[in-house]
Design a protein around this ligand. Sequence first.
Ligand SMILES: Cc1cc2nc3c(=O)[nH]c(=O)nc-3n(C[C@H](O)[C@H](O)[C@H](O)COP(=O)(O)OP(=O)(O)OC[C@H]3O[C@@H](n4cnc5c(N)ncnc54)[C@H](O)[C@@H]3O)c2cc1C
Length: 330
Amino acid sequence: MKKIVILGSGAGGTMIATKLRKELLVREWQITVIDKDPLHHYQPGWLFIPFGIYTPQECVKPKADFIPLGVDFVVDEIVNVDHDKKQVKTKLGHYDYDWLVIATGCRIVPEETDGLMDDWRGDVHDYYSLDGAMALYKRWKFFKKGRVVLNIADMPIKCPVAPLEFVYLADWFFRDNGVRDDIEIELVTPLDGAFTKPVASKVLGDVCGQKNIKITPNWAIDNVNVGKKTIESVTGDEISYDLLISIPLHSGAQTIMDSGLGDPMGFVNTDKGTLKAADFDNIYVIGDATNVPTSKSGAVAHYESDIVVENILLEIEGQAPKPEYDGHST
Ligand SMILES: Cc1cc2nc3c(=O)[nH]c(=O)nc-3n(C[C@H](O)[C@H](O)[C@H](O)COP(=O)(O)OP(=O)(O)OC[C@H]3O[C@@H](n4cnc5c(N)ncnc54)[C@H](O)[C@@H]3O)c2cc1C
């Protein structure tokens, strides 16, 4: 029996398991998906929790509901990948593989920015985690006056449009609560405008102007000074806040770093056309775990999944993988 192990059953890992199982015979191929979390988190929903539009419960479902018949679903933490031995170690066991798919996503690392954790969940918040979105929901209720600053620490981030969606929703929310005139909203971004793509950036930036949302572009954060309630840039500029919403730096999974499979930020060096790990045989990568220069989004994972599955099938048949992924993201 040949073995395929999929690391992570978020959006990407679950799609790969589903599509591969349809293509490979159960009597010939064992497919195992490993994830430490039995619950699937609908991350786009986190954007709406601070505004009371979604509840936390609406953003969570059992992962097992999405795993197809004939796939072994293991709830356990991946500790290490020994690619020489072609073996994955988890807290409770180990799994040999012929082919490995890395779908461990990425995570926020607020501790990597000086001062950001000093008033975490006080006057400094995030919504790129379920806990953060829930804490911000409680904090919003008491915010009636002052400066709300949304800062993107650096790219890449998940869903690059989510910061704009957030400030538009904040404008609506404070207007709806009758306090918008007493609240300034500012988006402080390392990008040169509102968004990554020039045409969309212009249109979305104009919408910010209409909503009286200030955009401060080309801004690289150095640290947060919670005593002065300022964020400070690498060139020494300061921006004051009453409430700071941070989209912190992102990193790949710790286990990818510990296994020596990632770059210094834990993203796997991935061929952007074939989606095969550039430095390792028999490994494919999907979704937020890659270093492919496109968005980190569920939509990207969706488009990538067809290429990953096709290329694994080609390689199993002894053929070369095709460089067919074009960065498509919407
Ligand atoms: C606020 C917000 C809004 C968003 N909005 C959108 C949107 O509108 N549209 C869109 O397409 N995308 C959106 N996204 C992005 C989207 O959610 C992600 O890009 C997508 O989930 C990536 O899929 P993935 O499979 O690569 O990673 P994930 O879905 O994050 O899955 C990774 C899995 O790996 C598991 N894992 C990691 N390390 C280990 C370990 N050591 N052991 C075991 N398991 C492990 C995790 O538990 C997780 O289940 C948004 C994200 C956020 C945060």
